[in-house]
Design a protein around this ligand. Structure first.
Ligand code: SF4
Length: 478
């Protein structure tokens, strides 16, 4: 009997349904982890094939099956989904590929995060105990859901790879496929198209998040280009990808369009009213949780850092990717931070408001290698973890490299009479704090008791809003 005629109960030992999308599995609840940050090679890829090239509803396992994998461990992993049908084209591969994420998440006790070469899949202990011990179940669920939800797929074959050598071999091929897809979208400009596209696929995790995909701004997961979103909207007009009329161009430099604002406001349920497509300040694009990288402002050098998901160390400001992403994700719009795809660095509009690449001061070597050919004269001026560790190192590096950002370091003395600080909604003129005996004081009251000497805080015309403040204890001499 064909899978389409079977119920999920007949093909999987655990329940399958949209209600399980958004489930999170912690490490202690995890039987095995496939891919993820602890593992160097992982991928998922979809390829369009001719009808006679694949066997319908077939699951192939290369390497150990789920039940043969040692529990509480992480494995190199790959999924190859091959699809065929009269209307199935190469242009749809990226769109189909992104659906592996939500369809896998429909399986009770299986969690799928991220995309492409960044995937993390966890199979829960409870799910394993209930009999989810074979990739066959997962393959059948995918075949059934893909064919049900995307009826243009007539034939589908799934291959799961846990053999580490085979993963390595196929990983290299997958990277070539992603690169070829991304390259196709380069060169097309926003003004050359009549409409942009939205993606709301991540609303299961981040209910108010709306991705705006334009030729100059690939989605922040890096998996959906403007071409992909257009193809998806054509085959499934009621689905997660749909067109956005651009409307009026309100500001070309920040990338603000009336049509984008309108759709984002509507689809974020009023949470986000304005979006700057090409700035990390004021109204940056919202960030779900699938972003490949984060761009973050580093006030100490007035520059921008970029950190990717797989970077295991600390950025020069002492924060890891996970610490930064906890501030940015969930569909929030956070001033000074934005989730983005690495491919976006290549865009002719890349953070145009902030000065584009000329404002980027730090990125991991991995990211630098990925976009090396697009860095132009900035290759030697942008620091990596191999050049600097701390903010002080970074400042010295930038000075020595004659980075364009150094020109911005003009120290400006503002007369004390001109200084203003807003406190409790009132503007207090000439409010200059002083430090005495370990206490930071503003005229009229004590603000921050107990902080040691050697600190100088000058507030000039400042308004400070903070949802969270991280205070770190410094070791003596550092
Ligand atoms: S990150 Fe954006 S484009 Fe990618 S799947 Fe999520 S909503 Fe869609």
């Amino acid at each position: 009997m064909a899978l389409l005629e079977k119920s999920f109960k007949e093909i999987s030992p655990v329940d399958v349904g949209i209600i399980y999308e958004g489930e999170r599995l912690r490490w202690k609840e995890t039987h095995v982890e496939l891919g993820g940050i602890r593992c160097d090679k992982k991928f998922e890829v979809v390829k369009a094939r001719n009808m006679d090239e694949i066997e319908d509803e077939k699951t192939i396992v290369v390497g150990k099956d789920i039940g043969e994998l040692e529990p509480e461990n992480t494995y190199r992993f790959g999924i190859l989904v091959e699809v065929a049908g009269a209307q199935v084209e190469e242009e749809l591969e990226g769109v189909f590929e992104r659906r592996i994420h939500d369809f896998t998440n429909w399986i009770n006790g299986v969690m799928h995060l991220n995309q492409r070469y960044d995937v993390v899949i966890r199979i829960g202990k409870k799910t394993f105990k209930e009999g989810f011990t074979k990739f066959q179940y997962w393959g059948d669920v995918l075949c059934k859901l893909f064919k049900e939800e995307l009826p243009i797929i007539e034939k589908m074959q799934v291959t799961f790879i846990t053999d580490p050598d085979k993963v390595e071999e196929m990983y290299a091929k997958a990277l070539e496929i992603y690169e070829a897809r991304d390259a196709r979208a380069r060169g097309l400009r926003d003004e050359e198209v009549g409409e942009f596209y939205a993606c709301t696929l991540c609303q299961s995790f981040a209910p108010t998040h709306v991705c705006v995909v334009t030729p100059s701004r690939i989605s922040l997961c890096g998996a959906i280009s403007w071409f992909d979103a257009r193809a998806a909207a054509r085959i499934d007009p009621e689905g997660a990808n749909f067109p956005i009329e651009k409307g009026e161009l309100l500001d070309d430099v920040v990338g603000e369009y009336s049509g984008v604002n309108e759709i984002v406001k509507k689809r974020s349920m009023g949470e986000t009213e304005r979006v700057y497509l090409h700035s990390i300040f004021d109204y940056p694009h919202t960030s779900c949780g699938c972003f490949e990288a984060i761009a973050f402002y580093i006030p100490e050098v007035d520059g921008i850092g970029i950190v990717n998901r797989d970077f295991k160390g600390k950025t020069p400001n002492g924060l890891t990717f996970a610490e930064l992403s906890s501030q940015v994700g969930g569909g929030a719009q956070v001033n000074g931070f934005v989730g983005m795809a690495i491919e976006y660095i290549r865009s002719y509009k890349f953070l145009e408001k902030e000065g584009g690449l000329d404002r980027v001061v730090w990125m991991p070597q991995f990211v630098k290698d990925r976009v090396m050919d697009a860095l132009d004269g900035m290759t030697e001026k942008i620091a990596t973890e191999e050049d600097v560790e701390t903010l002080e190192d970074l400042e010295n590096f930038l000075r020595n490299a004659n980075h364009p950002v150094v020109e911005r370091w003009v120290e400006e003395e503002i007369p004390a009479e001109a200084a203003e600080v807003e406190v409790g909604g009132m503007v207090a003129p000439s409010l200059t704090p002083t430090i005495e005996a370990g206490t930071i004081t503003l005229p009229g009251g004590t603000l921050l008791p107990g902080i040691g000497g050697g600190v100088k805080i000058v507030l000039k015309g400042a308004k400070i809003y903070a949802e969270k403040v991280i205070i770190r204890k410094m070791e003596k001499g550092k």
